[in-house]
Design a protein around this ligand. Structure first.
Ligand code: ATP
Ligand code: 3PG
Length: 397
C-alpha cells in the first residue's frame, strides 16, 4: 500500500520549504499536554527533514474552534513538541498572511516552525481554493504525516496535495503499513469497541462498521445516545437525542448483518462532572433525572470482558467512560487490561486508535501490550469501514 505514493525517500528536501501536515490535536489539561503519543509519532518525520536541511513548516488543527480563540491555540503544543523532539520549534500566530510569510522567510535550513491552528480560518474546513493557494505560497512541497486527520478533506489535509508535490511522511507510511497487516484480512470473530464523546461525527460510521464486525460494544457518550433511543431515561448525561433515529437504524442494520450489539446494562452515575465526586452504580431503569452517566457499571464490564473473550481480533476507538476523572476510568481500564492480557496470551489481536483512547490505554498502563496502537480515531474507524480517506487518496495521484 505504501508503495502507491511518494515518500520522503523520493525527494531531496535540502533547502526546501517543506509544509508538513501533522496532527497536534493532543489531549490537554490546564494548558499542558497530558498524552504526548501523537507528538512522539511525528518526531521521526520532523527530525529527518530538519536533519537533511529542509525547512520544516508545521500545519495542524487543534479542537473544533469557531474562529480564533486562545483556548485552541497551538502555542503550548508547539512548546511540548520542542521538548519531545529536543529541537527548538518557532511559532507564528497565523498560518497564512504576512505573519506566516515573515516567519517562513526568516527560516534557515533545518529550522522548525509551527504555524497557528489552521481551523482559526473557516476556509480550512471548506477546503477553499483561495486559502489553499495562500498556504501553498509558504512551501515548495507538501508532506502529509497526519493519518489521524486524513478522513478530513480540508485545505491542509487534502487541498495542498493538488497544489504542491505531495509526499507521505513516515508516520503516515507506518500507520498504513501496520493497519494493513493487522486488519486487511482480520482473524474472525472481530469485535469493535466504540465509545468516546464525538457522537455526531462518529455515529454514521457505525452503520457500515456493523457490516464488517461480528460484535460491537458501544460505551461512553455514544452508548447514552443508543440507550435514549431505546427509551432509557439518561438524565443529564452526554447524549445526542436528535440522533435517536440513526441509532435505531444502526441497531436494525446490525441485526440484519449478524452483528451483536453490546450496550451497557448498568451505569455509574454522578451529579457533577468532576473527579472523585460521589457516584453510584444504577440499573438502566433507575437513572436519576439530575444524574450523569460517566462510566459503564460492573455488570457491563463483565459483559464487555466476555465479548472480548469471544473475539480473535479487537478494534477499539473511544473510552467507555470519562476516564480522565477517577473513579470513572474503571470500565475503560478494566476492558483495556483484559484485552491486553488476552493479547499477551496470544489469544487476541488488539488494535486501538484515537487521541484519548491512546491516552486511556497509557493511563491503564497497557498500551505497550496491544498489538498495534494507531494515533487515529475517526480516521481509523473510516479506514476500518473501507472508506477512501481523502488525505491518503490525494497522495496516490
Ligand atoms: N459517559 C461519558 N460522558 C462524558 N464524556 C465521556 C463519556 N465517556 C467517554 N467520554 C469522553 O470521551 C472523550 C474521548 O472521546 P473521543 O471520541 O474524542 O475519542 P478519541 O479516542 O480521542 O478519538 P478521536 O481521535 O477521534 O478524537 C474523553 O474525553 C472521555 O472523557
Ligand atoms: O483527533 C482526531 O481524531 C483528529 O485530529 C481529527 O479531529 P476532528 O475529528 O476534530 O476532525
Amino acid at each position: 500500500m505504501t508503495n502507491s505514493f511518494r515518500t520522503l525517500d523520493d525527494v531531496d528536501v535540502k533547502g526546501k520549504r517543506v509544509l508538513v501536515r501533522v496532527d497536534l490535536n493532543v489531549p490537554m489539561d490546564g494548558g499542558k499536554v497530558t498524552d504526548a503519543t501523537r507528538l512522539e509519532r511525528i518526531a521521526p518525520t520532523i527530525t529527518e527533514i530538519s536533519d537533511k536541511g529542509g525547512k520544516v513548516i508545521l500545519l495542524a488543527h487543534f479542537g473544533r474552534p469557531k474562529g480564533r480563540d486562545d483556548k485552541n491555540s497551538l502555542k503550548p503544543v508547539a512548546a511540548a513538541l520542542a521538548d519531545v523532539i529536543k529541537k527548538p520549534v518557532a511559532f507564528a500566530d497565523d498560518c497564512v498572511g504576512d505573519v506566516a510569510a515573515k516567519a517562513v522567510g526568516a527560516m534557515k535550513d533545518g529550522d522548525i516552525l509551527c504555524l497557528e491552528n489552521t481551523r482559526f480560518h473557516p476556509a480550512e474546513e471548506k477546503n477553499d481554493p483561495t486559502f489553499v493557494t495562500e498556504l501553498a505560497k509558504l512551501g515548495d512541497i507538501w508532506v502529509n504525516d497526519a493519518f489521524s486527520a486524513a478522513h478530513r478533506a480540508h485545505a491542509s489535509t487534502e487541498g495542498l496535495g493538488h497544489k504542491l508535490p505531495a509526499y507521505a511522511g513516515r508516520t503516515m507510511q507506518a500507520e498504513l503499513d501496520a493497519l494493513g497487516k493487522a486488519l486487511d484480512a482480520p482473524t474472525k470473530p472481530v469485535i469493535a469497541i466504540v465509545g468516546g464523546a464525538k457522537v455526531s461525527s462518529k455515529i454514521d460510521l457505525l452503520e457500515n462498521l456493523v457490516t464488517k464486525v461480528d460484535a460491537l460494544v458501544i460505551g461512553g457518550g455514544m452508548a447514552n445516545t443508543f440507550l435514549h433511543a431505546q427509551g432509557v431515561k439518561v438524565g443529564k448525561s452526554l447524549c445526542e437525542k436528535d440522533l435517536a433515529a440513526t441509532a435505531l437504524r444502526i441497531i436494525d442494520k446490525a441485526e440484519a448483518s449478524g452483528c451483536a450489539i453490546i450496550l451497557p446494562v448498568d451505569a455509574i452515575v454522578a451529579f457533577h462532572f468532576a473527579a472523585n465526586t460521589p457516584s453510584h452504580a444504577y440499573g438502566l431503569d433507575a437513572i436519576p433525572d439530575e444524574g450523569m452517566i460517566l462510566d459503564v457499571g460492573p455488570q457491563s464490564i463483565e459483559r464487555i470482558n466476555a465479548a472480548i473473550d469471544d473475539a480473535a481480533t479487537l478494534v477499539w476507538n473511544g473510552p467507555v467512560g470519562a476516564f480522565e476523572m477517577t473513579p470513572f476510568d474503571r470500565g475503560t481500564v478494566a476492558g483495556a487490561k483484559h484485552a491486553a492480557a488476552r493479547t499477551k496470551a496470544k489469544k487476541l489481536i488488539s488494535v486501538a486508535g484515537g487521541g484519548d483512547t491512546v491516552a486511556a490505554l497509557n493511563h491503564a498502563g497497557v498500551a505497550d501490550d496491544f498489538s498495534y496502537i494507531s494515533t487515529a480515531g475517526g480516521a481509523f474507524l473510516e479506514w476500518m469501514e473501507g472508506k477512501p480517506l481523502p488525505g491518503v487518496e490525494v497522495l496516490k495521484k
